[in-house]
Design a protein around this ligand. Structure first.
Ligand code: SAM
Length: 869
């Protein structure tokens, strides 16, 4: 019961006794023993007491939902609900309240991200100020900065937080601020300045295309009627040219760019160590690599350097040009000066953008010239209407021997042009007329250049959605089909170009991913292959395989490759690429990795439970006291299989063997398989184009059916016939494991996910399968690499917490979310970060690829984890 003489116990922080503060309600209680004071008025009859309802009533805290037991009822000076709680006069909240806890969490996240060393360049003018007085508002911070003569663009701060955010306009402003704050501590305390990471939605996309920039368009401009070509009003952005927007490092010598990127990568990598340390359960010893990180400046493992790009200018084989109005109001094909989300739509020509080839610039110019007289309107991002949306140039290069680094332009032998339009409400006849004129203009433009430009195919992508990022299944209309590829029907399947990596030829369809810097990608894949420690006993999972580049370039170094990719055209390209290069030990599966990886691991390796049960029952202690594998395999009878019973997607109990029902490829009929392999190989040997078509189509059948049972004999046949390698996954040994689990002593995964990183389901599947001893992670986004690595490398406790889903994710960093997920990760051996290296695929931009090798602790005692057969 709450009364005036027993003020609520009020810990400042959990476990700490609350100090009686002057002016606090407690003090008021002492001064005025006749409390409670009605309506919060102080004893002198003045206004409401400044601390009125600024602390939670202990009844509320003890009982959670309310304070029914408090005898003071409504007149209690303490808050009875979170909603009733008021901020204290200094702007802070009762530290036991949800609000205060949330603020502490956000501040901790910001602090964690801000602990990195400050960098002073134009790429990172967004900074955090650490150690600010909690009571300061944004206005107070601005006054402080102005008083100190520190110039800035924007300053933000929330009361109650010790972190503020400041954006500077130039490196000079930033440098001055850093210097000043270092030399002039505020009240004896140094205010630290550190890099601030913008939330991912504020970052400019970089994968697979040149990033668009920002200019500000007048949102109130009326919709442009179809056929009308008046320019909407555009407002200038902070970026002055397309060069500034897409190649912000171009002003630096290339060696400085490399140093800058290496430094940025190192800063981000340190987050892995910090977060894994934080997430490590208290009862579990910290892994050795975290201890050792102190010796290497907090890095999880040594950063071995940065591989430079073999070519630094004109390296992009794919440029997505925006279509819009320039600052002068001219119809323009080029790059946006900023990000549309920031309100910018101005497009400027790709002048002096050193990453774009001359050929791409010439095609952009041709299309721009065509648009000046087109009767169809440009797409307006503000009004979401119009016709011409985007223009993509994709280039293919000759085989490596012919590539002379100094003359890269002359090595471009094939070009694909993709014109994105929105056909909504446009007359078909008019549209056809425009397409005819356009292809004539492009063909003529290419042939009249000196020397003539290569032009292999032109395709229109009809995309009716709001964002320019069209889905992979968006309709394609071929305008120009490659010579020698004409055939009856399905012409859109012929619109492709070719490029070469490691002496292999790659067929690339319009929507398939292909690394934009082919020569640097070759270095990237070679490095990944070297670190993967491959041999003929290796089963390689190529996760997010695209057109099969990684798996196919490494196929000669392994026993078998299983590629996983969700883009159907890319999978079809991968099959074709295996055939045209005569590679027979690869299988490509079409599906989201998160949907298929679990089944594929069981199909090839058996379930984790089978291996864990087997290794537990198979170890005996020998004379020397060391573990010894007695090589007993689990029996395949019903009883033993029960131990590996697990839930399927529907939550029903499922046996590993049952997977063969779900997975049509796992039918175990060796004769049919051998026969089909031979047949496909024979067809491939004779390899005229139509045979490749037929074989690819069959393989695509397999690919698209992987998630569904074949509905008739024909599909089942095509699945079997589509197999291109001697795949032993469906043959089971007498221990109940697939034969491939025994055949491949070395199981490696190379993952190359998109910018968001791997799906948590994929991380969990890789982490919990004991046969995957090595994992090579190729990343185009170090933030998501770090988040995924936290989950792969943090030790787990014996008992997991229930998965709380993504609760609270909006206020969390990717690393914070990953830390939360580690709590529900099933008990499994963590990976160890072993090696990491940056690879520069994107000179002149701030983006960079990274390759990181993860191993399990006792990598070299593979047999211990390997159930012999
Ligand atoms: C960075 S690219 C790498 C492609 C390939 N490894 C290469 O180097 O050419 C990522 C690929 O992952 C695919 N992808 C994206 N999300 C996926 C998912 N959930 N499951 C499988 N593949 C996915 C994309 O279609 C794309 O081809």
């Amino acid at each position: 019961m709450e009364d005036a003489t027993t003020p609520p116990s009020q810990p400042e922080l959990a476990g700490e006794k609350r100090k009686r503060e002057e002016g606090s309600p407690d003090a008021a209680v002492q001064d005025a023993p006749s409390a409670p004071v009605a309506s919060g008025e102080d004893a002198s009859g003045g206004g409401r007491h400044p601390m009125w309802k600024t602390s939670l009533c202990s009844f509320f805290r003890r009982r959670g939902a309310g304070a029914e037991g408090c005898s003071h009822g409504d007149s209690c000076r303490y808050a009875h609900t979170e909603e009733e709680l008021r901020p204290r006069p200094d702007g802070t909240w009762d530290p036991t309240s949800d609000r205060a806890k949330k603020l502490r969490k956000v501040a901790a996240e910001a602090q964690e991200e801000a602990e990195e060393e400050v960098t002073a360049d134009e790429q990172s003018l967004d900074k955090c100020l650490l150690g600010l007085p909690r009571g300061w508002t944004a206005d107070r911070l601005k006054t402080f900065l102005q008083d100190q003569g520190i110039l800035y663009a924007t300053a933000k701060k929330k009361k109650g937080m010790t972190v503020g955010f400041v954006t500077f306009e130039s490196v000079e402003q930033l440098t001055r601020a850093v210097q000043f704050l270092k030399e002039n501590p505020s009240g004896g305390k140094e205010i630290k300045i550190s890099d601030a990471n913008r939330r991912s939605h504020q970052k400019v996309r970089a994968e697979g295309h040149v990033a668009n920039g920002t200019a500000i368009e007048n949102g109130s401009s009326p919709a442009t009627p179809a056929g009308e070509t008046s320019a909407p009003e555009v407002v200038a952005s902070s970026k002055k040219s397309a060069r500034d927007a897409v190649t912000p490092l171009a002003h630096m010598p290339y060696n400085d760019q490399l140093e800058h990127k290496k430094h940025s990568m190192a800063q981000i990598l340190k987050r892995l160590t910090r977060n894994a340390r934080k997430a490590c359960p208290p009862a579990i010893p910290l892994p050795n690599w975290i201890f050792k990180s102190k010796e290497i400046g907090g890095l999880p493992c040594k950063l071995e350097g940065i591989l430079e790009s073999p070519i630094v200018d004109g390296y992009r084989n794919k440029c997505e040009f925006s279509v819009g109005y320039s600052l002068e109001g001219k119809k323009t094909v080029g790059f946006m000066l900023g990000n549309f989300r920031e309100g910018v739509t101005a497009v400027e020509e790709p002048v002096n953008c050193p990453n774009v080839s001359e050929i791409s610039c010439k095609y952009a110019q041709m299309f721009q010239d065509f648009l000046q007289s087109s009767s169809l309107p440009l797409w307006s991002r503000v009004d979401n209407c119009g016709f011409w949306r985007q223009f993509t140039v994709r280039e293919g290069r000759c085989p490596a021997e012919a590539v002379v680094l100094q003359q890269v332009e002359s090595q471009i032998s094939e070009v694909m042009l993709i014109v994105q339009v929105c056909s909504t409400d446009v007359d078909e006849a008019l549209m056809k007329e425009e397409f005819d004129k356009l292809s004539a203009a492009l063909i003529q433009g290419a042939s009249t250049c000196s020397p003539p430009l290569p032009l292999t195919t032109i395709v229109v992508q009809d995309h009716k959605g709001i964002s320019n990022a069209a889905p992979a299944d968006c309709p394609l209309i071929p305008l120009l089909v490659p010579k020698g590829d004409q055939f009856e029907g399905g012409a859109e399947d012929k619109t492709r170009i070719h490029d070469h990596i490691s002496n292999l030829k790659f067929s690339i369809s319009p929507t398939a991913f292909f690394q934009v810097n082919t020569l640097a990608a070759e270095r990237l894949y070679t490095l990944a292959g070297d670190w993967a420690n491959l041999n003929s006993d290796t089963l390689l999972f190529d996760v997010c395989c695209g057109t099969g580049t990684i798996g196919l370039t490494l196929a000669h170094r392994v026993g078998m490759v299983v590629g996983i990719e969700m883009n159907e055209s890319a999978v079809s390209d991968a099959h074709r690429n295996a055939l045209i290069n005569g590679i027979k030990n690869c299988r490509f599966v079409c599906g989201k990795a998160e949907d298929v990886i679990g089944s594929l691991l069981i199909e090839y390796l058996g379930s984790p439970q089978q291996h864990i049960a087997a290794s537990e029952s198979n170890y005996v202690i020998n004379d020397t006291g060391k573990n010894e594998d007695t090589i007993n395999c689990p029996e395949s009878d019903g009883e033993n299989m029960d131990s590996s019973t697990e839930k399927n997607d529907n939550g029903e109990n499922e046996q590993p063997g049952d997977r063969s029902v779900d997975l049509p490829t796992c039918c175990g009929d060796e004769d049919i398989k051998g026969d089909s392999v031979d047949r496909v190989n024979k067809e491939a040997d004779s390899s005229p184009d139509e045979h490749i078509e037929a074989a690819v189509e069959q393989n695509c059948g397999e690919a698209s059916l992987i998630n569904d049972e074949p509905t008739d004999a024909t599909s089942a046949d095509s699945l079997e016939h589509g197999k291109m390698c001697q795949d032993s996954s469906s043959i089971q040994n007498n221990n109940g494991l697939p034969a491939s689990a025994c055949q491949f002593k070395n199981v490696v995964a190379i993952v190359d996910p998109p910018r968001v990183g791997l799906h948590p389901t994929v991380i969990k599947a890789l982490r919990t399968h004991p046969l995957i001893r090595r994992l090579v992670y190729i990343s185009c986004n170090p933030d998501s690499l770090v988040a995924n690595a936290i989950e792969l490398c943090t030790p787990t406790s014996e008992k997991q917490e229930k998965n709380k889903g993504n609760r609270g994710w909006r206020s969390m960093s990717a690393a914070g979310l990953a830390r939360q997920r580690t709590k529900s990760m099933p008990n499994s051996e963590p990976f160890i970060p072993k090696r990491v290296m940056a690879v520069d695929l994107f000179p002149h931009t701030s983006h960079c690829e990274m390759v990181m090798l993860f191993e399990r602790m006792d990598y070299f005692s593979v047999d211990k984890h390997y159930v012999s057969c």
